[in-house]
Design a protein around this ligand. Structure first.
Ligand code: R1P
Ligand code: URA
Length: 236
C-alpha cells in the first residue's frame, strides 16, 4: 500500500474517476459499477474498483483542494500506475450563461495556487486538459444532450476568499467556473505524462441566484458521472 491508499498494486484500474466527495465516489460505485470492490477507506477516502460495460475502472474521492488531490493523484500515478484520471467535480459558475446542473469541461485551469510556480518560478505554465479526453468527453456529452460548456476554469486555493470580486471579474475573461482541484491534477498529469481531464457540474452560481443541496451534489449529477465513465472506456 501507499501512505494514503490501502490497496495492493493491481487493486486499482489504470483508469479512474475522481470526485472530490468520497460519498460521491461511493454513489458512483454503487450505482454505475458492476461488482465494485472497496480498496480504500483510510480517512474515509473511499475508493472502489469494478467494471463499467465490461471494462475495469476505479473511482476514488480526492478531498477538497489542491494539496489533497495532489496526494491522491501522485500516489495513484506513481504507485498504482494509473494512466487516465478524470475528475468529476462540482463548481461555482462565474458566467451568466452557465447555469446550475450544466456541465463544464475544463479545457484549461488558471489557479491562485503556488504549487506550479514553486516548481517553475520563471514561467506561467498553462495547465491544460488532455486533448483526446477533452474531445471524447465533449462529443459524448453532446450526443447525450447534456448542456456543455468548454473553456478555462479557476482552481482556487480558498473556497471563502477575499478574491471573490476578482474571481467574478475572471468570468468576463471567459473563465466559466471556480473549483479547487483541476490545475493541480493537470500539473501532475503533465509531470508524469499521463492523461487527465476535469468535468464539473455547476452546483451554484456566483453571478446568479442559483444553487443545489449537498445531497444533490452527492447523488444527482449523474450525467457527469456517465460522461466521465464513457470517456474513460472510450477507445482512442
Ligand atoms: O464537489 P467537489 O468535487 O469536491 O468540488 C468542489 O467542491 C468543493 C468545495 O465545496 C471543492 O472540492 C470544489 O472543487
Ligand atoms: O462556488 C463553488 C462551488 C463549488 N466549488 C467551488 O470551489 N466553489
Amino acid at each position: 500500500m501507499s501512505i494514503h491508499i490501502a490497496a495492493q498494486k493491481g487493486d486499482i484500474a489504470d483508469k479512474i474517476l475522481l470526485p472530490g466527495d468520497p460519498l460521491r465516489a461511493k454513489f458512483i460505485a454503487e450505482n454505475f459499477l458492476e461488482n465494485p470492490v472497496l480498496f480504500n477507506e483510510i480517512r474515509n477516502m473511499f475508493g472502489y474498483t469494478g467494471t463499467y460495460k465490461g471494462e475495469r475502472v476505479s473511482v476514488m474521492g480526492t478531498g477538497m483542494g489542491m494539496p489533497s488531490i495532489s496526494i491522491y493523484a501522485h500516489e495513484l500515478i506513481t504507485e498504482y500506475d494509473v494512466k487516465k484520471l478524470i475528475r468529476v467535480g462540482t463548481a461555482g459558475s462565474l458566467s451568466k450563461d452557465v447555469h446550475v446542473r450544466e456541465l463544464v469541461l475544463a479545457q484549461a485551469a488558471a489557479t491562485t495556487s503556488r504549487i506550479i510556480q514553486n516548481d517553475w518560478p520563471e514561467y506561467d505554465l498553462p495547465q491544460i486538459a488532455d486533448f483526446d479526453l477533452l474531445d471524447t468527453a465533449y462529443h459524448i456529452a453532446k450526443d447525450m444532450g447534456v448542456t456543455t460548456h468548454v473553456g478555462n476554469v479557476l482552481s482556487a486555493d480558498l473556497f471563502y476568499s477575499d478574491l471573490f470580486d476578482k474571481n467574478i471579474k475572471l468570468g468576463t475573461m471567459g473563465v466559466k467556473a471556480v473549483e479547487m482541484e483541476a490545475a493541480a491534477l493537470y500539473y501532475l498529469a503533465a509531470k508524469h505524462q499521463v492523461q487527465a481531464l476535469s468535468l464539473m457540474t455547476i452546483s451554484d452560481s456566483l453571478v446568479l441566484d442559483e444553487d443545489t443541496t449537498a445531497e444533490e451534489r452527492e447523488k444527482t449529477f449523474t450525467d457527469m458521472m456517465q460522461v466521465g465513465l464513457e470517456t474513460l472506456i472510450a477507445k482512442a
